[in-house]
Design a protein around this ligand. Structure first.
Ligand SMILES: Nc1ncnc2c1ncn2[C@@H]1O[C@H](COP(=O)(O)OP(=O)(O)O)[C@@H](O)[C@H]1O
Ligand SMILES: [Mg+2]
Length: 341
C-alpha cells in the first residue's frame, strides 16, 4: 500500500524520548510515520488519496489550501477519526489499531477550538484540564497557573475568555495542548485570523514549545511555514505534492521566476498566455506580476529574473500543470500510472 518517498533527514533532531512507550520496540523508528493514508468521508468525498509522510521530530509544516485534507489528516493522526485505509505509527506503535496510545501522548489545538466566553481564562483552563484528567503535583489550579504563565497569559488569568483577542485565545488553546507534556503536538491552522503582531508572538511561543516534540502544524499561510518549519509537505486535493525544506523549495524555482508590471486592462490577456503566480495591485494603477517561466520558454518582454521564494514554489505547485513543476520540487507527485488508477 505504501510508497517510499525520498526525503532528507535535514532539520529536526530525534529526541531522547523517541523510543519511549510500552508498545514501541527499541528498534522502532522515532517520530511519526504516515503510510498510504486514505480517507473517504460520507458523500462520498475522498479527502485523502494515499498520503505517505515521515516526520522524525521537531516542527513539521503541512501547507495547503482550504479543502486540501489538512484537518482530516490531523484528526486521523490525533486518533479521533479512523482512516479508510493506511497506517499511522508514532514511535513505532500503530495508532490506527491503538488510538489510546496517541491520545495519552497528544496535545491538540483543533482548527475551531470552542471556549465558554463567560469563564475566566484560568477557569476555562482548569475545566479543560479536568476534562483531560490532568492534574499536577500541587493540584489543578497551580497547574493552570503555571501553564498560563508559560503562554504569557498570567496577567489575563482572571479576565473573561470572551474578551480575549484572537492571539490570546490561541495561546490559551496552546496552554491546554501542552498540559501533561505531550510527545506530539498537533496545531491546525493556528494563525488564521491573527494580526501580524499576534502572529509573531504566537510563532515565538510555538517554537519554544516544539523543543523535544513532534509538532505537526497545518496552515494555508506560507509565512507560517517559512518562519517555523525546517521541513514541510504541500498537500493538494488529498495528495502530498511536495515533501521538502523551505530552502530546497526556494532553490527548486530559483531562476524560473520573473517579475514585471502589467496594467489592469491587460492583466487577463497576459494571464491567459503566461503562468502567472501572483499579481499585486500597486498604487491602484498597475500590477506587480510574478510569472513562472519553464526552462527553454521565452521570458515576457520587460520582465526580469527574481529570486525564488517559498511562496513562488507553493504557487507553482498549486497553479502550474504537474508536468511543468520542477522535478526537484515535485519529489512525491504521483507517477502517471499511479494517478491513472
Ligand atoms: N466530516 C466530513 N464529512 C464529509 N466531508 C468532509 C468532512 N470533513 C471534511 N470533508 C471534506 O473533505 C475535504 C477535505 O477537508 P479538510 O480535511 O477539512 O481540508 P482542510 O483542512 O485542508 O481545509 C473537503 O472537501 C471537505 O469538504
Ligand atoms: Mg482545516
Amino acid at each position: 500500500m505504501s510508497r517510499t518517498i525520498a526525503f532528507t533527514t535535514r532539520g529536526a533532531p530525534i529526541t531522547p524520548r523517541a523510543a519511549e512507550g510500552t508498545h514501541a520496540s527499541s528498534a522502532a523508528p522515532a517520530g511519526l510515520s504516515i503510510q498510504g493514508l486514505v480517507k473517504i468521508h460520507p458523500g462520498p468525498v475522498c479527502a485523502l488519496k494515499g498520503v505517505d509522510l515521515e516526520i522524525p521530530g521537531g516542527m513539521f509544516g503541512l501547507l495547503g489550501p482550504n479543502g486540501a485534507g489538512k484537518s482530516t489528516l490531523m484528526s486521523i493522526v490525533a486518533g479521533l477519526v479512523e482512516p479508510t485505509a493506511g497506517d499511522v505509527l508514532l514511535d513505532g506503535t500503530n495508532i490506527v489499531d491503538n488510538p489510546a496510545f496517541v491520545r495519552a501522548r497528544l496535545g491538540f489545538l483543533p482548527q475551531d477550538f470552542g471556549f465558554y466566553p463567560e469563564l475566566s481564562g484560568r477557569a476555562m483552563l482548569e475545566f479543560l484540564l479536568r476534562l483531560k484528567g490532568i492534574s499536577g503535583p500541587r493540584g489543578r489550579r497551580a497547574m493552570a497557573d503555571a501553564l498560563l504563565e508559560r503562554v504569557n497569559l498570567a496577567d489575563a488569568a482572571k479576565r473573561k475568555v470572551g474578551g480575549y483577542s484572537g492571539g490570546m485565545r490561541q495561546r490559551l488553546g496552546l496552554a491546554q495542548a501542552i498540559a501533561g507534556d505531550p510527545r506530539i503536538l498537533i496545531v491546525d491552522e493556528p494563525t488564521a485570523g491573527l494580526d501580524p503582531e499576534e502572529r509573531q508572538r504566537f510563532y515565538r511561543l510555538l517554537a519554544e514549545l516544539a523543543v523535544g516534540r513532534v509538532v505537526l502544524l497545518s496552515t494555508h499561510i506560507v509565512d507560517d511555514v517559512s518562519t517555523l518549519c525546517p521541513r514541510l509537505a504541500v498537500i493538494k486535493s488529498g495528495l502530498v505534492v511536495a515533501d521538502t525544506t523551505p530552502t530546497a523549495a526556494r532553490e527548486s524555482v530559483d531562476g524560473l521566476v520573473h517579475e514585471g508590471f502589467i496594467g489592469d486592462a491587460d492583466l487577463a490577456g497576459f494571464a491567459a498566455s503566461h503562468r502567472v503566480l501572483s499579481a499585486v495591485l500597486v498604487e491602484g494603477r498597475t500590477n506587480r506580476v510574478r510569472v513562472f517561466v519553464p526552462p527553454g520558454r521565452p521570458v515576457p518582454d520587460g520582465f526580469t529574473r527574481s529570486a525564488g521564494t517559498l511562496e513562488d514554489a507553493y504557487l507553482v505547485l498549486m497553479r502550474v500543470a504537474d508536468h511543468e513543476v520542477p522535478p526537484a520540487l515535485a519529489r512525491s507527485l504521483p507517477t502517471t500510472t499511479e494517478a491513472a488508477r
